[in-house]
Design a protein around this ligand. Structure first.
Ligand code: ZN
Length: 135
């Protein structure tokens, strides 16, 4: 059901500084910044071959990324797997009794449809499923 690693989500304190870091150290460039108000984040995607790095900067101290940084520190926050059909993937997981954070797909940056699994089900790794709208 999984096609590839879609992206790796990284919690950062300052998007501009982090973008400079990835660009300066590795020559990687983002495709612009988007605010996802529902998640209280500013997001920048940096393409790397077939996958991407997703930099996440909180826009509010009570947002999920701000809370993640307080409890776990800066760094990798989640791994997103690209699936062809996210409803089908979620149904298959539910049928196996897997706990989900999102029972239904919701809006993700770049117009993707995303859903998170409960990290207790995946040995501490926050797993996102991501379906890209085909262009
Ligand atoms: Zn993500």
């Amino acid at each position: 059901m999984v096609l590839k690693i879609d992206h790796i989500g990284v919690a950062v304190e300052n998007l501009e500084k982090s973008l400079q870091l990835y660009s300066g150290l590795l020559g990687l460039k983002s495709e612009g910044i988007e605010e996802v108000a529902e998640q209280k984040v500013n997001v920048a995607f940096i393409p790397v071959g077939e996958s991407e790095i997703e930099l996440l900067e909180s826009t509010s101290p009570d947002g999920p990324i701000a809370r993640f940084i307080v409890s776990r520190g800066l760094g990798i926050q989640h791994i997103a797997f690209c699936v062809e059909n996210i409803e089908k993937a979620l149904e298959e997981l539910k049928a196996q009794g897997v706990r989900l954070i999102d029972e239904k797909p919701r809006y993700g940056a770049g117009g993707a449809r995303i859903a998170f699994l409960h990290p207790k089900e995946t040995q501490g790794v926050l797993v996102e499923l991501c379906e890209r709208v085909k262009s």
